[in-house]
Design a protein around this ligand. Structure first.
Ligand SMILES: Nc1ncnc2c1ncn2[C@@H]1O[C@H](COP(=O)(O)OP(=O)(O)OP(=O)(O)O)[C@@H](O)[C@H]1O
Ligand SMILES: O=c1[nH]c(=O)c2[nH+]cn([C@@H]3O[C@H](COP(=O)(O)O)[C@@H](O)[C@H]3O)c2[nH]1
Ligand SMILES: NC(=O)CC[C@H](N)C(=O)O
Ligand SMILES: [Mg+2]
Length: 515
């Protein structure tokens, strides 16, 4: 796989922060993929990685049947770095010992580097790190030496320099380990000798070649939402196959106020790519009527999207491919549970929400990328800022911002509130500081007083988050005046809402959307 620039294989044992390992590795210009531990051997043969990282995880190596790294990973002749559970399983498998039931070490800790190692090249003797474990290594395998200690972990970092095997009990991937990125860089560049040549400019050329190889002379329809991902996908595919591509915008009836008109005109003004505008709102709202379970909503919407795409493909002679702007987090969040040890959080409409049988073959050129990488690719492709800087908007749209049953009236109410909220954010000049902002219509009525009369109406929740890739997020700290103005306007201008609240939940433990 030479066009993959010597990837790194990340073996997932179910840690909540495995994605962050991938981010740190990619930020240093190295391509990597995450695979569940029980599929790691197959991934090893398919990817031919230049280095392997074993993630943390919730299990304990002291339990029977806890997950293990395949022997082949240690026999591949490439450097291996084990992180937390990854270190523990490496130790257990290679002849050391791990015990359970010691005091938990959770949060900030300091390590002392006790021995020169390329893993810590360029770092001072004392390092702040972040720990999150209960088990403890009590003996290390032959060939290993301790390279760092902490008060709670005599084996905070270990190395077998000859075999290039490394283990760290702390998590270098989280920001609470301030020099963690340097540790990953030392591993990938210094130890594995990778050059960091994986850039979006390189990706563009390779992606185009892959699209051409996959599609041949076939015709492709591309689901275009006007969001960053599908706009970038469409322009990239157009560059690859020109007029074999037709874009399809689906008005689900769950879009934001005025969105359909805006997207269609913006895209038609900027690009000479044929775009079909399908109004499927009656079908979507009809089939969603009476459904209040979030996963059922998502699966229904996933199926309806495919029905619409199938119908449109049938009208275009010989269209056999469906392109989507699917990203890496969509894939990980909805499918990892099938093989991996982590839980399904949500079925993204374009991945886990897809029906089992599909006539159209998928073309997903961004399937390996994170959101911020897609934005860089968009700039590389010359997309205007109006596309590249847009807040994400989920395919299921307002359906997952109306907990409970969806009705056309509720959609109309939410559209108005959402438009006011975003207008106030833009007026205050805050749009680009916020990663995503939207309103949610709650199925909760509260009592209010307006014009001396009692009201009994719905609650609207406002959400705004900062993030880099949507995998983790913080709530945005608004200046109060902006929130207050938005709230006042919503209550005054939108019939049916008499109370506004602000959501101050981060992700985790929350998610960005409410369903
Ligand atoms: N209304 C729509 N019409 C056609 N395709 C859509 C629509 N909504 C979503 N899709 C398809 O589903 C994919 C995933 O949606 P998603 O919202 O994650 O991406 P996006 O809309 O392209 O970008 P963004 O994340 O910035 O909103 C899109 O890339 C697109 O291919
Ligand atoms: O196209 C999409 N189809 C979906 O089914 C979907 N669910 C969530 N999202 C978007 O993903 C990001 C993370 O959202 P959550 O924290 O709610 O999972 C946020 O940006 C969400 O808006 C979706 N996008
Ligand atoms: N974060 C982790 O990988 C934890 C590893 C293991 N479950 C422990 O508690 O020690
Ligand atoms: Mg979108």
């Amino acid at each position: 796989m030479t066009d993959r620039h010597q990837p790194v294989l990340i073996v997932d044992f179910g840690s909540q922060v495995t994605q962050l390992i991938a981010r740190r590795v990619r930020e240093s210009g190295v391509y990597c993929e995450i695979h569940p531990y029980d599929k790691a051997e197959a991934a090893l043969f398919a990817l031919q990685p230049a280095a392997i990282i074993l993630s943390g995880g919730p299990a304990s190596t002291t339990e029977d049947e806890s997950p293990r790294a395949a022997r082949a990973l240690f026999e591949a002749g490439v450097p291996v770095l084990g992180v937390c559970y990854g270190e523990q399983t490496m130790v257990a498998e290679l002849g050391g010992a791990v015990e359970t039931g010691h005091h938990r070490e959770f949060g900030r800790a300091e390590i002392a580097i006790t021995r020169d190692s390329p893993l810590f090249a360029g770092l001072g003797e004392h390092q702040q790190v972040w720990m999150s474990h209960g088990d403890k290594i009590t003996a290390i395998p032959e060939g290993f030496q301790v390279i760092a200690t902490s008060s709670g972990s005599p084996f905070a970092a270990i190395a077998d320099e000859a075999r290039q095997f490394y283990g760290v009990q702390f998590h270098p991937e989280v920001v609470h380990t301030p020099h963690g990125a340097q540790i990953y860089r030392n591993f990938t560049h210094g130890i594995a000798g990778l050059s960091g040549d994986w850039t979006m400019a390189a990706f563009r050329g390779e992606a185009i070649a892959r699209i051409r190889a996959q599609v041949g002379k076939g015709k492709v329809i591309c689901g275009l939402s006007g969001g960053v991902d599908s706009s970038v996908a469409a322009v990239l595919i157009h560059e690859a196959i020109g007029d074999q591509l037709t874009c399809v915008y689906v008005d689900t009836g769950l879009m934001r106020l005025g969105e359909s008109e805006q997207v269609v005109s913006l895209f038609r003004n900027h690009y000479n790519i044929p775009l079909i505008h399908v109004d499927a709102s009656e079908q979507f709202l009809g089939e969603l009527a009476g459904i209040s379970d979030p996963e059922t909503k998502r699966k229904t919407i996933g199926r309806l999207f495919i029905e619409v795409f199938d119908r449109e493909a049938g009208k275009i002679d010989g269209a056999e491919f469906l392109a989507q702007g699917t990203l890496y987090p969509d894939v990980i969040e909805s499918v990892s549970a099938k093989g991996g040890p982590s839980a399904v959080i949500k079925s993204h409409h374009n991945v886990g929400g897809l029906p089992d049988f599909m006539k159209l073959k998928l073309v997903e050129p961004l399937r390996e990328l994170f959101k911020d990488e897609v934005r860089v690719l968009g700039v590389e492709l010359g997309l205007p800022p109006a596309f590249v800087g847009r807040h994400p908007f989920p395919g299921p749209g307002l359906a997952i911002r109306i907990p409970g049953e969806i009705t056309p009236e509720k959609v109309a109410t939410l559209q108005k509130a959402d438009a006011i909220y975003l207008e106030e954010i833009r007026n205050a000049g805050l749009y680009d500081q916020i990663w995503q902002a939207f309103a949610v219509l709650l199925p909760v009525k509260t009592v209010g007083v307006m014009g001396d009369a009692r009201t009994y109406e719905d609650v609207c929740a406002l959400r705004a988050v900062t993030s880099t890739d949507g995998m983790t997020a913080d709530f945005y700290e608004f200046p109060w005046a902006v929130l207050a103005k938005a709230a006042t306007r919503i209550i005054n201008e939108v019939k049916g809402i008499n109370r506004v609240v602000y959501d101050v939940t981060s992700k985790p433990p929350g998610t960005i959307e409410w369903e």
